[in-house]
Write a protein that binds this ligand. Structure first.
Ligand SMILES: [Fe+2]
Ligand SMILES: [Fe+2]
Length: 173
């Protein structure tokens, strides 16, 4: 069993966001193997650097996708991303300064943040998408209603037959 296992409840879009998250999960596992096997600091630093670059790229992509979709909580979400990037750079600095404690804590810090962020924060995007889909379906089913049903719920134009009949006058000469 992997140190950080991918699970169905981490699925967000079945597309680019999940692909990025899976890559980050793999990197955290790689980092865990390196630190638990006591591989040298240079190896750990290289993997951490790949984590940082991939995370930065993922967060940028995710924010772009969210913006395109009109995700309403984007500003708050971005603050969470920025906070995490600051933490990552701080960890990298500490690791470069030779802190052994940081090396042993790295994978658990990354796993916990990523797991929580995907399952709680990124999941908001999925909920938003589902709300939108329900809304679209509701609008769609309303427009396919019979005109009488549309009038009953206040939609659509009144049917022509409901208008008073025009008096049949003589055509003007
Ligand atoms: Fe996110
Ligand atoms: Fe994400």
């Amino acid at each position: 069993m992997a140190y950080f296992a991918w699970a169905d409840d981490m699925v967000i879009d079945g597309g680019p966001i999940d692909a990025d998250h899976r890559l980050l999960v793999d990197l955290v596992n790689e980092l865990h193997t390196a630190t638990s096997e006591g591989q040298g600091r240079a190896v750990v630093e290289t993997i951490l650097h790949r984590v940082i670059v991939s995370t930065q790229e993922h967060l940028r992509n995710e924010e772009q996708i969210m913006a395109q979709m009109g995700f309403p909580d984007l500003d708050n979400h971005k603050i969470g991303h920025k906070h995490f990037m600051d933490q990552l750079w701080d960890l990298e600095k500490k690791l470069q300064a030779g802190s052994i404690t940081v090396a042993s804590q790295l994978s658990s810090v990354l796993r916990d943040w990523l797991s929580l962020h995907i399952r709680r924060n990124d999941k908001e995007l999925l909920r938003f998408q589902r709300r939108q889909a329900r809304e679209q379906a509701r609008k769609g089913s309303a427009s396919s209603m019979a005109p009488s049903a549309q009038r009953a719920v206040g939609l659509g134009k009144p049917a022509t037959s409901a208008l008073p009949a025009l008096p049949a006058g003589k055509p003007r000469s």
